[in-house]
Design a protein around this ligand. Structure first.
Ligand code: V55
Ligand code: FE
Length: 486
Protein backbone atom coordinates (compact mmCIF):
# COMPACT_ATOMS: atom_id res chain seq x y z
CA UNK A 1 0.00 0.00 0.00
CA UNK A 2 1.33 3.43 -0.91
CA UNK A 3 2.22 5.85 1.88
CA UNK A 4 -0.22 8.74 2.07
CA UNK A 5 -0.87 11.11 4.97
CA UNK A 6 -4.42 12.40 4.74
CA UNK A 7 -5.60 13.71 8.10
CA UNK A 8 -5.46 17.40 8.88
CA UNK A 9 -2.69 17.23 11.47
CA UNK A 10 -0.35 15.65 8.93
CA UNK A 11 -0.58 18.24 6.21
CA UNK A 12 0.89 21.73 6.21
CA UNK A 13 3.52 22.78 8.70
CA UNK A 14 3.34 19.62 10.78
CA UNK A 15 3.34 17.08 8.02
CA UNK A 16 5.89 14.50 9.20
CA UNK A 17 9.50 15.11 8.14
CA UNK A 18 10.22 11.37 7.80
CA UNK A 19 13.92 12.13 7.34
CA UNK A 20 16.97 12.23 9.58
CA UNK A 21 19.53 14.95 9.06
CA UNK A 22 22.77 16.55 10.16
CA UNK A 23 23.70 20.13 9.49
CA UNK A 24 27.29 20.92 10.30
CA UNK A 25 27.60 24.63 11.08
CA UNK A 26 24.12 26.06 10.71
CA UNK A 27 23.50 29.40 9.08
CA UNK A 28 23.27 32.12 11.73
CA UNK A 29 21.81 35.60 11.64
CA UNK A 30 23.23 37.81 14.37
CA UNK A 31 25.81 36.46 16.79
CA UNK A 32 25.52 33.36 18.90
CA UNK A 33 26.90 34.30 22.35
CA UNK A 34 30.22 32.63 23.11
CA UNK A 35 29.05 31.65 26.57
CA UNK A 36 26.41 29.37 25.07
CA UNK A 37 28.39 26.14 25.25
CA UNK A 38 26.31 23.02 25.48
CA UNK A 39 23.47 20.96 24.05
CA UNK A 40 19.81 21.77 23.48
CA UNK A 41 17.66 18.67 22.96
CA UNK A 42 14.06 18.53 21.85
CA UNK A 43 11.69 15.59 21.62
CA UNK A 44 9.17 15.84 18.82
CA UNK A 45 6.32 13.95 17.25
CA UNK A 46 6.91 12.76 13.70
CA UNK A 47 4.81 9.89 12.40
CA UNK A 48 6.83 7.48 10.28
CA UNK A 49 3.73 5.85 8.75
CA UNK A 50 0.16 7.03 8.25
CA UNK A 51 -1.77 6.15 11.36
CA UNK A 52 -3.47 2.77 11.50
CA UNK A 53 -6.82 4.16 12.71
CA UNK A 54 -8.44 7.50 11.84
CA UNK A 55 -9.23 8.45 15.44
CA UNK A 56 -5.66 8.19 16.71
CA UNK A 57 -4.14 11.35 18.19
CA UNK A 58 -0.87 13.27 17.64
CA UNK A 59 0.43 12.29 21.11
CA UNK A 60 0.73 8.76 19.73
CA UNK A 61 3.07 9.71 16.88
CA UNK A 62 6.63 8.39 16.71
CA UNK A 63 9.24 10.21 18.73
CA UNK A 64 12.12 12.06 17.13
CA UNK A 65 14.93 13.79 18.99
CA UNK A 66 16.75 16.92 17.84
CA UNK A 67 20.07 18.27 19.05
CA UNK A 68 21.41 21.80 18.67
CA UNK A 69 25.02 21.84 19.81
CA UNK A 70 26.65 25.16 20.66
CA UNK A 71 30.33 26.17 20.87
CA UNK A 72 32.41 29.19 19.89
CA UNK A 73 29.44 30.87 18.22
CA UNK A 74 28.81 27.86 16.00
CA UNK A 75 25.83 25.55 16.07
CA UNK A 76 25.52 22.01 14.70
CA UNK A 77 22.13 20.37 14.24
CA UNK A 78 21.10 16.73 14.21
CA UNK A 79 17.75 14.96 14.14
CA UNK A 80 16.98 11.25 14.51
CA UNK A 81 13.95 9.10 15.11
CA UNK A 82 13.84 7.36 18.44
CA UNK A 83 14.13 3.77 17.23
CA UNK A 84 11.66 2.26 19.62
CA UNK A 85 10.62 -1.40 19.30
CA UNK A 86 7.42 -0.01 17.75
CA UNK A 87 9.40 2.00 15.19
CA UNK A 88 11.52 -1.02 14.32
CA UNK A 89 8.47 -3.30 13.89
CA UNK A 90 6.59 -0.80 11.73
CA UNK A 91 9.65 -0.03 9.62
CA UNK A 92 10.08 -3.72 8.88
CA UNK A 93 6.39 -4.02 7.93
CA UNK A 94 6.42 -0.69 6.03
CA UNK A 95 3.14 0.27 7.68
CA UNK A 96 1.64 1.23 11.05
CA UNK A 97 0.92 -1.75 13.28
CA UNK A 98 0.02 0.14 16.44
CA UNK A 99 -3.46 1.59 16.79
CA UNK A 100 -4.64 4.39 19.02
CA UNK A 101 -3.01 6.14 21.95
CA UNK A 102 -2.28 3.77 24.83
CA UNK A 103 -4.73 1.09 23.73
CA UNK A 104 -3.20 -2.31 23.06
CA UNK A 105 -6.59 -3.65 21.89
CA UNK A 106 -6.21 -1.60 18.71
CA UNK A 107 -2.82 -2.98 17.69
CA UNK A 108 -2.16 -5.48 14.92
CA UNK A 109 -1.97 -8.99 16.47
CA UNK A 110 1.52 -9.38 15.01
CA UNK A 111 2.87 -6.90 17.60
CA UNK A 112 1.23 -8.40 20.68
CA UNK A 113 3.69 -7.96 23.53
CA UNK A 114 5.88 -5.45 21.66
CA UNK A 115 6.48 -2.25 23.65
CA UNK A 116 4.21 0.65 22.68
CA UNK A 117 6.89 3.18 23.69
CA UNK A 118 7.19 6.25 21.47
CA UNK A 119 9.81 8.21 23.46
CA UNK A 120 8.15 11.35 22.16
CA UNK A 121 7.60 13.63 25.14
CA UNK A 122 10.65 14.85 27.07
CA UNK A 123 14.43 14.67 26.70
CA UNK A 124 16.17 14.43 30.07
CA UNK A 125 19.92 14.24 30.64
CA UNK A 126 21.05 12.89 33.99
CA UNK A 127 24.46 11.49 34.93
CA UNK A 128 25.60 11.58 31.30
CA UNK A 129 22.63 9.61 29.95
CA UNK A 130 19.97 10.95 27.57
CA UNK A 131 16.47 9.62 28.17
CA UNK A 132 13.65 10.18 25.69
CA UNK A 133 10.56 9.73 27.78
CA UNK A 134 6.93 8.73 27.32
CA UNK A 135 4.86 8.40 30.47
CA UNK A 136 3.30 5.07 29.44
CA UNK A 137 6.62 3.21 29.07
CA UNK A 138 10.12 2.95 30.53
CA UNK A 139 12.71 5.46 29.28
CA UNK A 140 14.22 5.14 25.81
CA UNK A 141 17.98 5.45 26.22
CA UNK A 142 19.60 7.42 23.40
CA UNK A 143 23.28 8.24 22.84
CA UNK A 144 23.50 11.97 23.69
CA UNK A 145 26.01 12.64 20.87
CA UNK A 146 25.13 10.42 17.91
CA UNK A 147 21.41 10.24 18.87
CA UNK A 148 21.56 6.54 18.13
CA UNK A 149 18.92 4.67 20.07
CA UNK A 150 20.42 2.32 22.63
CA UNK A 151 17.14 0.70 23.65
CA UNK A 152 14.41 0.72 26.23
CA UNK A 153 16.04 1.11 29.64
CA UNK A 154 15.10 -0.23 33.06
CA UNK A 155 18.01 1.17 35.08
CA UNK A 156 20.01 -2.05 35.13
CA UNK A 157 16.98 -4.10 36.04
CA UNK A 158 16.07 -1.93 39.02
CA UNK A 159 12.94 -0.29 37.59
CA UNK A 160 10.10 -2.57 38.68
CA UNK A 161 7.38 -0.33 37.30
CA UNK A 162 6.19 -0.75 33.72
CA UNK A 163 5.99 3.00 33.13
CA UNK A 164 8.04 6.09 33.93
CA UNK A 165 7.04 9.76 33.96
CA UNK A 166 8.04 12.12 31.17
CA UNK A 167 8.83 14.73 33.85
CA UNK A 168 11.40 13.46 36.35
CA UNK A 169 12.99 16.19 38.47
CA UNK A 170 16.66 16.80 39.17
CA UNK A 171 17.54 18.32 42.54
CA UNK A 172 20.10 21.01 41.65
CA UNK A 173 21.53 20.94 45.17
CA UNK A 174 22.41 17.23 45.26
CA UNK A 175 22.25 16.13 41.63
CA UNK A 176 19.74 13.42 42.61
CA UNK A 177 16.88 12.63 40.28
CA UNK A 178 13.37 11.75 41.43
CA UNK A 179 10.80 10.20 39.12
CA UNK A 180 7.51 8.40 39.44
CA UNK A 181 5.36 5.92 37.57
CA UNK A 182 1.58 5.75 37.39
CA UNK A 183 -0.42 2.83 36.04
CA UNK A 184 2.82 1.41 37.27
CA UNK A 185 1.79 -2.25 37.16
CA UNK A 186 0.15 -1.89 33.76
CA UNK A 187 -2.92 -0.30 32.18
CA UNK A 188 -5.75 0.51 34.60
CA UNK A 189 -3.73 -0.23 37.75
CA UNK A 190 -3.89 2.30 40.58
CA UNK A 191 -0.28 1.65 41.55
CA UNK A 192 2.11 4.56 41.72
CA UNK A 193 5.83 4.20 42.37
CA UNK A 194 8.21 7.00 43.33
CA UNK A 195 11.83 6.42 42.33
CA UNK A 196 14.94 7.98 43.82
CA UNK A 197 18.21 8.09 41.86
CA UNK A 198 21.58 9.16 43.18
CA UNK A 199 23.74 11.70 41.36
CA UNK A 200 25.43 8.88 39.45
CA UNK A 201 22.06 7.84 37.99
CA UNK A 202 21.63 4.71 40.08
CA UNK A 203 18.06 3.84 41.13
CA UNK A 204 18.52 3.50 44.87
CA UNK A 205 15.02 3.44 46.34
CA UNK A 206 11.38 3.07 45.31
CA UNK A 207 8.20 3.72 47.25
CA UNK A 208 5.03 2.00 46.08
CA UNK A 209 1.71 3.76 46.64
CA UNK A 210 -1.95 3.43 45.78
CA UNK A 211 -3.53 6.39 43.97
CA UNK A 212 -7.06 7.52 44.94
CA UNK A 213 -8.03 6.97 41.30
CA UNK A 214 -6.47 5.91 38.00
CA UNK A 215 -5.85 9.14 36.10
CA UNK A 216 -3.33 10.86 33.89
CA UNK A 217 -0.52 12.14 36.10
CA UNK A 218 1.59 14.01 33.58
CA UNK A 219 3.81 16.02 35.91
CA UNK A 220 4.76 16.21 39.57
CA UNK A 221 6.99 18.31 41.79
CA UNK A 222 9.70 17.96 44.38
CA UNK A 223 10.91 20.17 47.18
CA UNK A 224 13.90 19.66 49.46
CA UNK A 225 11.63 17.65 51.80
CA UNK A 226 8.64 16.44 49.78
CA UNK A 227 7.37 14.78 46.63
CA UNK A 228 4.08 16.21 45.30
CA UNK A 229 1.87 13.95 43.19
CA UNK A 230 -1.19 15.56 41.53
CA UNK A 231 -3.90 13.42 39.97
CA UNK A 232 -6.24 14.76 37.27
CA UNK A 233 -9.72 14.17 35.90
CA UNK A 234 -8.37 12.38 32.82
CA UNK A 235 -9.77 8.92 33.43
CA UNK A 236 -9.88 5.59 31.66
CA UNK A 237 -11.68 2.25 31.89
CA UNK A 238 -11.56 -1.25 30.55
CA UNK A 239 -14.73 -0.49 28.56
CA UNK A 240 -13.04 2.45 26.82
CA UNK A 241 -10.08 0.33 25.89
CA UNK A 242 -12.23 -2.56 24.69
CA UNK A 243 -14.24 -0.12 22.58
CA UNK A 244 -11.00 0.83 20.84
CA UNK A 245 -10.98 4.42 22.13
CA UNK A 246 -7.87 6.34 23.12
CA UNK A 247 -6.82 5.93 26.72
CA UNK A 248 -8.27 9.05 28.36
CA UNK A 249 -11.47 11.01 28.66
CA UNK A 250 -12.08 14.05 30.84
CA UNK A 251 -14.53 13.46 33.71
CA UNK A 252 -15.79 16.75 35.14
CA UNK A 253 -17.18 15.02 38.24
CA UNK A 254 -13.84 13.72 39.48
CA UNK A 255 -11.98 15.71 42.16
CA UNK A 256 -8.26 16.50 41.83
CA UNK A 257 -6.13 14.87 44.50
CA UNK A 258 -2.63 15.92 45.47
CA UNK A 259 -0.46 13.45 47.35
CA UNK A 260 2.38 14.76 49.50
CA UNK A 261 5.08 12.27 50.45
CA UNK A 262 8.15 13.10 52.54
CA UNK A 263 11.26 12.45 50.43
CA UNK A 264 12.60 10.19 53.13
CA UNK A 265 9.18 8.68 53.90
CA UNK A 266 7.45 5.36 53.29
CA UNK A 267 4.10 4.68 51.60
CA UNK A 268 2.19 5.12 54.88
CA UNK A 269 3.52 8.69 55.18
CA UNK A 270 1.70 10.03 52.11
CA UNK A 271 -1.06 12.55 52.75
CA UNK A 272 -3.73 13.08 50.08
CA UNK A 273 -5.31 16.50 49.76
CA UNK A 274 -8.61 16.79 47.88
CA UNK A 275 -9.45 19.56 45.42
CA UNK A 276 -12.64 20.52 43.59
CA UNK A 277 -13.85 18.70 40.49
CA UNK A 278 -13.56 20.53 37.14
CA UNK A 279 -11.41 23.32 38.59
CA UNK A 280 -7.89 21.99 38.96
CA UNK A 281 -6.48 20.45 35.77
CA UNK A 282 -2.73 20.59 36.31
CA UNK A 283 -0.55 19.60 33.34
CA UNK A 284 2.87 21.08 34.12
CA UNK A 285 4.50 22.35 37.28
CA UNK A 286 6.58 25.53 37.53
CA UNK A 287 8.31 24.96 40.87
CA UNK A 288 7.67 23.93 44.45
CA UNK A 289 9.22 24.32 47.87
CA UNK A 290 8.70 23.43 51.51
CA UNK A 291 8.62 26.22 54.09
CA UNK A 292 8.19 24.92 57.61
CA UNK A 293 4.89 23.04 57.68
CA UNK A 294 3.82 24.39 54.33
CA UNK A 295 4.34 22.91 50.90
CA UNK A 296 3.99 25.50 48.15
CA UNK A 297 3.35 24.53 44.54
CA UNK A 298 3.37 26.98 41.62
CA UNK A 299 1.81 25.86 38.34
CA UNK A 300 -0.37 26.97 35.46
CA UNK A 301 -3.71 25.25 36.03
CA UNK A 302 -6.70 24.96 33.72
CA UNK A 303 -10.26 24.83 34.92
CA UNK A 304 -11.24 21.85 32.78
CA UNK A 305 -10.16 19.62 29.92
CA UNK A 306 -6.79 20.86 28.60
CA UNK A 307 -6.69 19.11 25.28
CA UNK A 308 -9.23 18.27 22.57
CA UNK A 309 -7.27 15.08 21.81
CA UNK A 310 -9.07 13.71 24.87
CA UNK A 311 -12.90 13.90 24.69
CA UNK A 312 -15.19 14.92 27.52
CA UNK A 313 -16.60 11.79 29.12
CA UNK A 314 -20.12 13.27 29.26
CA UNK A 315 -20.09 13.83 25.50
CA UNK A 316 -20.15 17.64 25.76
CA UNK A 317 -18.24 19.72 23.24
CA UNK A 318 -14.66 20.77 23.99
CA UNK A 319 -14.63 24.07 25.89
CA UNK A 320 -11.87 26.41 24.74
CA UNK A 321 -12.33 28.70 27.75
CA UNK A 322 -12.00 25.87 30.26
CA UNK A 323 -8.63 24.87 28.84
CA UNK A 324 -7.07 28.27 29.53
CA UNK A 325 -4.59 28.27 32.39
CA UNK A 326 -4.06 30.74 35.15
CA UNK A 327 -0.87 30.79 37.15
CA UNK A 328 -1.67 29.51 40.58
CA UNK A 329 -0.01 28.93 43.89
CA UNK A 330 -1.33 26.03 45.93
CA UNK A 331 -0.34 25.92 49.58
CA UNK A 332 -0.69 22.70 51.55
CA UNK A 333 -0.60 23.06 55.31
CA UNK A 334 0.82 19.92 56.87
CA UNK A 335 0.25 21.18 60.41
CA UNK A 336 -3.50 20.47 60.33
CA UNK A 337 -4.19 16.77 60.49
CA UNK A 338 -7.51 15.83 58.95
CA UNK A 339 -7.79 19.00 56.85
CA UNK A 340 -7.56 17.81 53.26
CA UNK A 341 -8.13 21.18 51.50
CA UNK A 342 -5.43 23.45 50.11
CA UNK A 343 -5.25 27.22 49.70
CA UNK A 344 -5.24 28.68 46.20
CA UNK A 345 -3.92 32.04 45.05
CA UNK A 346 -3.94 33.26 41.44
CA UNK A 347 -0.59 34.95 40.89
CA UNK A 348 -0.97 36.83 37.60
CA UNK A 349 -4.76 37.00 37.10
CA UNK A 350 -4.59 38.68 33.68
CA UNK A 351 -2.24 36.18 32.11
CA UNK A 352 -3.56 33.06 30.40
CA UNK A 353 -0.48 31.07 29.43
CA UNK A 354 -0.17 27.69 27.76
CA UNK A 355 0.85 24.95 30.18
CA UNK A 356 4.51 25.31 29.12
CA UNK A 357 6.26 26.85 32.09
CA UNK A 358 9.94 26.93 32.98
CA UNK A 359 12.30 28.52 35.45
CA UNK A 360 16.04 28.87 35.80
CA UNK A 361 16.59 25.15 36.50
CA UNK A 362 19.17 25.95 39.18
CA UNK A 363 16.28 27.21 41.35
CA UNK A 364 14.20 24.06 41.39
CA UNK A 365 12.93 23.41 44.93
CA UNK A 366 13.99 26.94 45.97
CA UNK A 367 12.32 30.35 46.22
CA UNK A 368 12.59 31.94 42.77
CA UNK A 369 11.95 35.28 41.17
CA UNK A 370 11.43 34.56 37.47
CA UNK A 371 9.40 32.07 35.51
CA UNK A 372 9.01 31.80 31.74
CA UNK A 373 5.80 31.00 29.91
CA UNK A 374 4.57 30.50 26.37
CA UNK A 375 1.41 32.35 25.34
CA UNK A 376 -0.90 32.68 22.40
CA UNK A 377 -1.30 36.44 22.00
CA UNK A 378 -3.67 37.88 19.40
CA UNK A 379 -4.97 34.55 18.15
CA UNK A 380 -4.54 30.84 18.46
CA UNK A 381 -0.84 30.56 17.61
CA UNK A 382 1.47 30.44 20.65
CA UNK A 383 3.90 33.13 19.54
CA UNK A 384 5.02 34.95 22.68
CA UNK A 385 7.37 34.16 25.56
CA UNK A 386 6.76 35.92 28.85
CA UNK A 387 9.19 36.41 31.66
CA UNK A 388 7.15 36.74 34.83
CA UNK A 389 8.82 38.65 37.63
CA UNK A 390 7.20 37.19 40.74
CA UNK A 391 8.85 39.76 42.98
CA UNK A 392 7.74 42.92 41.18
CA UNK A 393 4.63 41.39 39.55
CA UNK A 394 5.90 42.53 36.18
CA UNK A 395 5.99 40.82 32.83
CA UNK A 396 8.32 41.18 29.88
CA UNK A 397 7.46 39.84 26.43
CA UNK A 398 9.27 38.33 23.49
CA UNK A 399 6.93 38.39 20.52
CA UNK A 400 7.83 35.95 17.75
CA UNK A 401 5.72 37.56 15.05
CA UNK A 402 2.19 36.87 13.90
CA UNK A 403 3.08 34.07 11.48
CA UNK A 404 5.70 32.52 13.71
CA UNK A 405 4.89 29.96 16.37
CA UNK A 406 7.22 29.69 19.33
CA UNK A 407 7.76 26.57 21.37
CA UNK A 408 8.61 26.05 25.03
CA UNK A 409 11.29 28.52 26.16
CA UNK A 410 14.48 27.23 27.75
CA UNK A 411 16.48 29.38 30.16
CA UNK A 412 20.27 29.03 29.90
CA UNK A 413 22.41 30.74 32.57
CA UNK A 414 25.30 32.79 31.24
CA UNK A 415 27.61 31.04 33.65
CA UNK A 416 27.25 28.31 36.21
CA UNK A 417 27.33 30.92 38.98
CA UNK A 418 25.41 33.71 37.20
CA UNK A 419 22.63 35.43 39.15
CA UNK A 420 19.07 34.14 38.71
CA UNK A 421 17.73 35.15 35.32
CA UNK A 422 21.11 36.27 33.97
CA UNK A 423 21.39 34.40 30.71
CA UNK A 424 19.45 33.52 27.60
CA UNK A 425 16.06 32.31 26.58
CA UNK A 426 16.33 29.92 23.66
CA UNK A 427 13.83 27.87 21.71
CA UNK A 428 12.54 26.99 18.30
CA UNK A 429 10.41 29.33 16.21
CA UNK A 430 8.32 27.96 13.36
CA UNK A 431 7.83 30.40 10.50
CA UNK A 432 4.56 29.44 8.84
CA UNK A 433 4.93 31.92 6.00
CA UNK A 434 8.36 30.57 4.96
CA UNK A 435 7.63 26.97 6.04
CA UNK A 436 10.96 26.96 7.88
CA UNK A 437 12.17 26.71 11.46
CA UNK A 438 14.92 28.40 13.38
CA UNK A 439 16.26 28.49 16.88
CA UNK A 440 16.01 31.95 18.42
CA UNK A 441 18.25 33.27 21.17
CA UNK A 442 17.20 36.21 23.33
CA UNK A 443 18.72 37.92 26.34
CA UNK A 444 16.47 36.65 29.13
CA UNK A 445 16.72 40.01 30.91
CA UNK A 446 15.97 42.02 27.73
CA UNK A 447 13.21 40.08 26.06
CA UNK A 448 11.56 43.09 24.50
CA UNK A 449 14.79 43.84 22.61
CA UNK A 450 14.13 40.85 20.34
CA UNK A 451 16.46 38.08 19.27
CA UNK A 452 20.25 38.31 19.63
CA UNK A 453 20.66 35.56 17.07
CA UNK A 454 18.65 33.18 14.91
CA UNK A 455 20.03 29.78 13.98
CA UNK A 456 18.36 29.16 10.65
CA UNK A 457 17.44 25.77 9.27
CA UNK A 458 16.76 25.24 5.58
CA UNK A 459 13.55 23.31 6.38
CA UNK A 460 10.67 23.22 8.83
CA UNK A 461 10.96 21.05 11.89
CA UNK A 462 8.55 18.56 13.38
CA UNK A 463 6.34 19.47 16.33
CA UNK A 464 8.21 19.75 19.59
CA UNK A 465 6.76 18.58 22.85
CA UNK A 466 9.54 19.50 25.35
CA UNK A 467 13.20 20.50 25.33
CA UNK A 468 16.15 20.65 27.70
CA UNK A 469 19.53 22.35 27.93
CA UNK A 470 22.69 20.69 29.22
CA UNK A 471 25.90 22.68 29.57
CA UNK A 472 29.18 21.25 28.30
CA UNK A 473 30.36 21.12 31.92
CA UNK A 474 27.58 18.68 32.71
CA UNK A 475 27.83 16.83 29.41
CA UNK A 476 31.23 17.25 27.72
CA UNK A 477 31.42 16.72 23.98
CA UNK A 478 33.89 16.90 21.16
CA UNK A 479 32.68 19.54 18.74
CA UNK A 480 35.33 19.16 16.07
CA UNK A 481 35.58 15.50 15.24
CA UNK A 482 32.26 13.76 15.06
CA UNK A 483 32.60 10.10 14.04
CA UNK A 484 28.87 9.93 13.40
CA UNK A 485 28.63 12.89 11.05
CA UNK A 486 26.93 12.05 7.79
C1 V55 B 1 0.99 15.10 27.45
C2 V55 B 1 1.77 14.80 26.33
C3 V55 B 1 1.88 13.49 25.91
C4 V55 B 1 1.24 12.50 26.59
C5 V55 B 1 0.48 12.80 27.72
O1 V55 B 1 1.11 17.46 27.38
C6 V55 B 1 0.35 14.10 28.14
C7 V55 B 1 0.81 16.47 27.95
C8 V55 B 1 3.27 13.97 24.00
O2 V55 B 1 2.59 13.05 24.80
O3 V55 B 1 1.35 11.21 26.15
FE1 FE C 1 4.79 17.65 29.49
Amino acid sequence: MAIKFEDSFHTGFFAPLRFEADIHDCEVEGRVPLDLDGSFYRTCIDRRYPQRLPHDIPYNADGAVDLFRFRNGHVDFRTRYVRTPRYVAERAARRALFGVYRNAYTNDPSVAGVSMNTGNTTPVVHAGKLYCLKESSPPMLVDPHSLKTLGEYNFDGRLEAQTFTAHPKIDPASGEMIGFSYEARGDLTDDVAVHFFDAAGRLTRQVWLKAPLVSMMHDFAITQQHVILPTTAMVTSLERLKQGLNHWAYDRTVPAWVGILPRDGAARDIRWFKGPPDRAMLIHVTNARTEGNKVILDAPVARGNFNPQFPNLDGSAFDDEARRNTIRRWTFDLSKPGDDAWQEEILFPDIKPTSFTRIDDRYHTQPFRYSYSLLAEHGELPNTWYRLDHELQRVERFHGGDSRGLLEPQFVPRRKDAAEGEGYLIGVANDYSQMKSELVIADAAQLAAGPIARVKLPFRLHMQVHGCWVSSQELPFNFDSDPDAV
